[in-house]
Ligand binder design. Structure first.
Ligand code: M6R
Length: 609
């Protein structure tokens, strides 16, 4: 999710790498660094904070180089500090390494290295990777060969870029489930995590495939596969303008971020579910603290609040742990009952939401244990909470939150499973859950394939005056999020409620033209959901069912259906059903000509109460 830059050629590589990082700035980051080859060995300059901090450091000691690599980091392992910024050296400073992604088995590798006497300067998984590659390189042979052998030891997602002080004007990179693109120039070659960082220099681009490695010099690009076999160079001409390149070719960040969700789920699970330990969440409370907690309060705003509702559903179902969810703005002034045995969980994408931060301060004042579930690792909420779990969704740019929601629900699920494991909850099927979570990215990709069907449904419903979002249990909670998306980006009035509540009032609003979106993923409620659908249709309302029901019960009752393949857990199916709702909101907004990434009256980070 972070930015990668690399240049070898006749220009000053330090300035090119810096310029490339500048072009990736829109993605968000919290530290940055550049490694360059100099006659005295590799020099690394890196700083926490914005690129201006790095610029000041570079200006203080101007350097020229023909080969340099650069990185803008979005903190995952370890806070946004100078030491944790990339690039990282290996043990004897022969190579410098930068990295996007997560090395899942880094703790295991670190233990091995510690046993061999290695010490580390940072808290990152990247430095561990640098030491492992450095050890391979010390056995002799080329850097490319050493990297190829070393990555066989890594589990997880990574794009790694390496330079060495033994091979001048050479950059080596490898990609596994984390994007990396090579730019072909005249007497110069480049690489980057994203195309916008290449466009001023070249439009001839190679997107590295899974497991492939590349070696760049100023005159040559060599591609090999994981077994070291040479591969042909096939480049593609990119004619996107810079703005559309920043959106990865999508028309809007919202759509890009919706489509990133399979990768975000992978990223969020990386290193947190292992075959040996089941669920492993680093840095939360110790087992005896979990044993003491008898109540959970989840506190958040907007989409994060909706993720909290999903957390409540699972905590109560799986753990029988009483859980309340509060709007942060209400919690703060609502004189909440706070017990010392309770845990307050703060969910936030930005980590800067003023209401959530104020509620957190109230809990801290009352000495309540606090846990953050936050996307921006260096943010105020992440720093103030006793413990914080990163959602690993990467920078979210669209004001309407999509991928952050999914990541928040995944983290809440992991947390529930972690507690259940610690407390040895009877009947817990940890292995089944772990497998279901591992299967989820693929199922999410399949749900995204419904997009053409969503578009044709959106075309039919584009003029609806009002949209209900209805469901039971977790489906109702997901409906709240679907409704928020529709309001935010398509400016369509919505009415969201548990399906059973309809006849207690909201049903009066149903008439011809009004649409009701029903999430239906829990088989034991299908009969009741069908009855609610009939109530709507009897008043001339249109019913859209979003379901994984393969028996046809829901499809037969609905006027329109979006059907996807199920996971083995109903809860995860409810989560998957948010994707068609996000797509529906997006395409309705597009058809209605709305400003999608920056909806009227809204801001991405709400830092005022
Ligand atoms: O950064 P946070 O998660 O704390 O933000 C909370 C809400 O402001 C946010 O989720 C908002 O509701 C989004 N616009 C929803 O799409």
């Amino acid at each position: 999710m972070c930015g990668i830059a690399g240049y070898v050629g006749s220009k000053n590589a330090v300035e090119v790498a810096y310029d490339q990082l500048k072009r990736l700035e829109y993605r968000g980051y919290d530290s940055a660094g550049i490694a360059m080859q100099t006659p005295d060995g590799i020099r690394v300059v890196k700083k926490a904070g914005t690129l201006n901090h790095l610029r000041a450091e570079l200006d203080a000691h101007p350097l020229e180089a023909s080969c340099a690599i650069g990185h803008s980091r979005w903190a995952t392992h370890g806070g946004p500090t100078d030491a944790n910024a990339h690039p990282h050296f290996d043990f004897d400073q022969t190579i410098a390494v930068l990295h996007n992604g997560i090395i899942e088995n880094y703790l295991e590798l670190r233990d091995e290295l510690v046993a061999k006497g290695h010490t580390f300067r940072s808290q990152t998984d990247t430095e561990i990777a640098a030491h492992v590659i450095g050890l391979e390189y010390s056995q002799g042979g080329s850097l490319l060969e050493a990297v190829r052998r070393a990555v066989k030891r890594f589990r997880g997602a990574y794009a790694l870029v390496i330079i060495s002080n033994r091979e001048s004007e050479t950059i080596v990179a490898v990609r596994q489930a984390s994007p990396l693109v090579v730019g072909l120039g005249e007497g110069e070659n480049l690489l980057a995590s994203d195309i916008p960082a290449l466009l001023p220099y070249t439009r001839e681009v190679i997107a590295l495939e899974e497991g492939h490695l590349v070696e760049l010099t100023r005159d040559r690009v060599r591609l090999v596969d994981a077994d070291g076999r040479e591969l042909p160079i096939v480049s593609k001409h990119i004619d996107w303008d810079v703005e559309s390149a920043e959106r990865g070719g999508y028309d809007h960040f919202m759509r890009k971020e919706i489509h990133e969700q399979p990768q975000v789920i992978r990223q969020c699970l990386a290193g947190r579910i292992t075959p040996e330990d089941g669920v492993r969440l680093e840095g939360t409370f110790s087992d005896n603290v979990w044993a003491e907690i008898d109540r959970v309060n989840i506190i958040a705003c907007g989409t994060a609040y909706h993720a909290g509702l999903m957390g409540k559903h699972l905590f109560e179902k799986l753990l029988r742990l009483p859980t309340d969810v509060y709007y942060a703005s209400e919690f703060r002034y609502g004189d909440p009952v706070l017990s010392q045995k309770s845990l307050a969980i703060f969910v936030s994408q930005s980590g800067e939401t003023a209401d959530t931060l104020a509620a957190l301060k109230l809990c801290k004042k009352n000495r309540i244990r606090t846990l953050g579930i936050v996307n921006v690792v260096g943010s105020s909420i992440a720093r103030e909470c006793d413990r914080t779990i990163a959602t690993q969704a990467g920078p979210e740019i669209s004001v309407a939150s999509t991928k952050a929601y999914t990541a928040q629900v995944i983290v809440l699920s992991l947390l529930a499973l972690h507690i259940a494991q610690v407390q040895e909850t009877p009947g817990l099927r940890v292995e089944e859950w772990a497998q279901a979570l591992r299967d989820l990215p693929e199922l999410a990709s399949q749900v995204l394939e419904l997009e053409d069907e969503v578009i044709s449904i959106a075309e039919k419903l584009v003029d609806m005056p009002l949209c209900f979002f209805l469901g039971r249990g977790a489906d109702a909670y997901v409906g709240y999020e679907g409704a928020l998306k529709l309001k935010e980006v398509a400016y369509i009035p919505t009415q969201e409620s548990p399906a059973g509540e309809m006849k207690h009032g909201p049903l009066a609003l149903v008439e011809e033209g009004v649409v009701s979106v029903f999430g239906a993923t829990e088989p034991f409620t299908f009969d009741k959901v069908v009855s609610n659908m009939k109530e709507v249709q009897a008043r001339a309302g249109t019913v859209l069912g979003i379901t994984c029901d393969s028996t046809g019960t829901i499809a037969k009752a609905a006027d329109l259906t979006l059907m996807f393949s199920p996971s083995r857990f109903d809860f995860l199916n409810a989560l998957l059903s948010v994707i068609p709702m996000q797509l529906l909101a997006y395409h309705l907004a597009r058809l209605r000509g709305c400003s999608i990434d920056q909806p009227r009256n809204l801001a991405k980070s709400v830092t005022v109460e």
